[in-house]
Design a protein around this ligand. Structure first.
Ligand SMILES: [Zn+2]
Length: 512
């Protein structure tokens, strides 16, 4: 059996249909381009019968794709299948992906169709699809809760009707690795024509087992994994592509499988998706989380500097990250500080380094995290901490359901106090409008806003994370306050200070 595993990415279909993750046409095209470039074998671009917009997106992705097979999803209905045929027509390589439920629960309550009729529908839909496309995938929805004898019959019928890939979804994320592997083995042992199709996994993460189940499926003989970037997808998400790919890459001794994914594009793809959807991954997310390669404790940092293998099982470069982020904070030592500066291209003399280290300790005391931008300023500005052109002075807001919401904001800009008033859709919007009056920054757009409580209880402090984007550069800001509107202003000011510092550091480029 071949050790090649096909990567079927469904970020644009299963991922996109989860709450808050919808993408517009341009965004889908951008994401599809990245997936194609990174070596995804099959891109599931959408569900053409679902809406006009979905149809158009699949159609445009099909036109754009250079290498990947473009798949569209459909129910077992002629009009659904027709929509896929039409939508994927421009693609160089095409796949129709049709699905039907096979579990007693789904057949009885969702489809309200007798099992024998379900088998007929499998035959009819797959044969119809196969008349129009050489490459047909059939999915047994809710396969892991289906009766085994019935599942075997359905799979055999689908292959006889022309299916070239058989997908075994753990639709509700209910299976565990041992069981999922057994289902794949059972199909390989019992379905007489199984060798004519590739078996595929599609595992959901409701119990946090999506990747583990997928790997168990591969070990048992499946050769396609359906997955998504950052593991997005219905409910708790799908198997995450980066975790699957790096598991193979890192444990070739136990998982001797190959994919065509260029792993150096994992981080750029993850970032692109976060940027498009506005959802960042949690810091401890495997492979792509902010902390996935971070080491803050002194003992770990020391070990890392002597030999990275002491605490790292794969290199950050292999997944497209610049370097291990030794998080510099107030616990960091001089060695870690100097190493990071050298990595940033700043080699200081011993005296300068000592002075900069003092400034760094002072700064780290005030802020919980010291970013690379901060470090550059700390190392290069001799007169103390990074410049803060803008400081928060006071804020008054009128909010509530009566409206209009207004903000009166006072800032200190380069030592001078100044005030402005503005209205907006809600108090945060009003504040940010007042900010634009006081500090014009027309080219910058707010590309991310996240609010979270730092502790529990109604008196918890709120932390706001903000991202401003200007001319291809992004500037993040953090603000903490018991009043979330004030925290929002502080975060915005933090980002704006970085943006202003950035304007000094890099010559302004024309936007395109
Ligand atoms: Zn799914």
């Amino acid at each position: 059996m071949s050790d090649r595993v096909w990567i079927f990415d469904t970020t644009l279909r299963d991922g996109e249909q989860s709450p808050g993750y919808s993408m517009n046409l341009d965004e889908k095209l951008k994401m599809a381009e990245m997936l194609d470039q990174m070596g995804v074998d099959i891109i599931e671009a959408g569900f053409p019968a679902a809406s006009r917009g979905d149809f158009e997106a699949v159609n445009k992705v099909a036109q754009q794709a250079k290498n990947a097979i473009i798949a569209g999803l459909c129910r077992a209905l002629p009009k659904d299948i027709d929509a896929v045929i039409e939508a994927i027509k421009p693609a160089r390589r095409r796949r129709i992906h049709s699905f039907l439920s096979t579990s007693p629960l789904h057949m009885k309550y969702k489809l309200q169709v007798e099992p024998e009729r379900v088998l007929e529908m499998v035959k009819e839909s797959v044969s119809y699809a196969r008349q129009h496309c050489e490459d047909v995938e059939w999915s047994a929805e809710d396969a892991t809760r289906s009766d085994h004898d019935f599942l075997c019959r359905a799979v055999e019928i689908a292959i006889k009707a022309g299916a070239t890939t058989i997908n075994i979804p753990d639709t509700v994320g209910y299976s565990v690795p041992e069981e999922y592997g057994r289902i794949i083995s059972m199909l390989r042992n019992r379905v007489p024509n199984i060798d004519l199709a590739v078996l595929s996994t599609h595992c959901h993460n409701d119990l946090g087992l999506a990747v583990a189940n997928s790997l168990a499926g591969i070990a048992a003989g499946a050769r396609q994994i359906e997955c998504t970037i950052n593991g997005i997808g219905e409910r708790a998400g799908n198997a995450s592509m980066e975790e699957v790919v790096m598991s193979f890459r890192t444990r070739q001794d136990l998982l001797p499988f190959e994919t065509a994914i260029k792993s150096e594009l994992i981080m750029p793809a993850s970032k692109l998706l976060s940027q498009i959807t506005g959802f960042s991954v949690q810091p401890n997310k495997a492979i792509v989380g902010a902390n996935a390669f971070a080491h803050e404790s002194g003992i770990h940092q020391d070990g890392m500097l002597k030999n990275a293998a002491t605490y790292e099982i794969m290199t950050p470069e292999s997944v497209g990250r610049d370097r291990s982020d030794l998080v510099l904070g107030k616990h960091s030592g001089r060695n870690a500080f100097r190493t990071r500066l050298v990595a940033l291209g700043l080699a200081l003399s011993d005296d300068d380094l000592n002075a900069a280290f003092e400034r760094f300790k002072d700064f780290a005391d005030r802020k919980k995290k010291v970013s690379d931008d901060d470090l550059i300023l700390i190392a290069t500005s001799k007169d103390g901490l990074p410049e803060e052109h803008i400081r928060f002075v006071s804020l008054g807001v009128k909010s509530g359901s009566f409206g209009p919401q207004e903000a009166e904001l006072e800032l200190e800009i380069d030592g001078k106090r100044t005030k402005a008033k503005a209205g907006g859709k809600g108090p945060v919007d009003a504040c940010f409008k007042a900010m634009r009056v006081l500090v014009p920054h027309d080219n910058a757009v707010l590309s991310n806003y996240e609010l979270k409580a730092l502790t529990s209880g109604s008196d918890a402090k709120g932390e706001v994370n903000i991202r401003l984007a200007e001319l291809g550069h992004t500037y993040n800001g953090v603000g903490v306050d018991a009043d979330v509107i004030v925290a929002s202003c502080r975060a915005y000011i933090d980002a704006l200070n970085r943006l202003l510092a950035g304007r000094h550091a890099v010559p302004t480029k024309k936007a395109n």
